[in-house]
Ligand binder design. Sequence first.
Ligand code: IPD
Ligand code: CA
Ligand code: CA
Ligand code: CA
Length: 269
Amino acid sequence: MDIDMREELFHQAKTWVKEAGEIIRNRIKDPLTIDTKSDAKDLVTQMDRAIEYFFVKRIKEAYPSHQLLSEEGYGDDVTTLDGTVWIIDPIDGTMNFVQQKRNFAISVGVFHDGIGEIGLIYNVIDDVLYTAQRNNGAFKNDQKLPTLNEQVSLDKSVLGLNHFWLCENRLVDEKVMQKLVKKVRGARAYGSAALEFAFVAEGTLEGYLAMGLAPWDVAAGMVIVNEVGGVTSNIDGISLNLLQKDTVLTCHPAVHQKIITEYIQKGRK
Ligand code: IPD
Ligand code: CA
Ligand code: CA
Ligand code: CA
């Protein structure tokens, strides 16, 4: 992607993300219409839809040739990553948004011909914006995030993962996963994939492990984590395909392979 074009898209995306965040903050006390999707725990509110529409309208007006891949149905039916594709989660962590009114994020990734060029993750309530442009480093607000290059062992790591890994599941023997959570210094479940990617990038988590994430959960996060030297793959160590759902392991480079070979592979079903 042309550098001037990327700079323009970055500033445009940043402005829109901040505006969308302000809309959410201003309406945080509004009554919510809560609908369910695939099951009773899969929530969507009028705010998820309104924020997605906010982005789709602006992107389609400003960049009619770009494609838009997003969660709530206002985007395109994207079947190829050729050209410029915006990958958007209007609210990542809808359950947190509903139950806690915090700990959720807006996630915007821009890919060009399959390569992640721009990533923005906005922790709306805390007003913290994580950003990255490919080969330009990652930032938390205006502060550049350091590269993840110090040595770190699993027993000094904090890992983001949810409790489903510790219950019987179709992916990995839960006994092996229990060994992993006993090995690490601590485990956390924040309930927003985008924020968990951002925490890996800023070094407050050494890793984040998730089942069945969609492209909009990971697109921005992958760009940001990549810029600090972190590694993202599925649980078999294979690069993610942003046209489908997959398991996800995003990590500090010192622990990524270890988690796969010494734990996940030993219990992989
Ligand atoms: C969800 C959150 C959650 C993750 C789910 C996602 P949503 O996104 O990121 O942490 O465990 O898999 O679907 O639905 O709140 O945008
Ligand atoms: Ca959702
Ligand atoms: Ca999401
Ligand atoms: Ca969402």
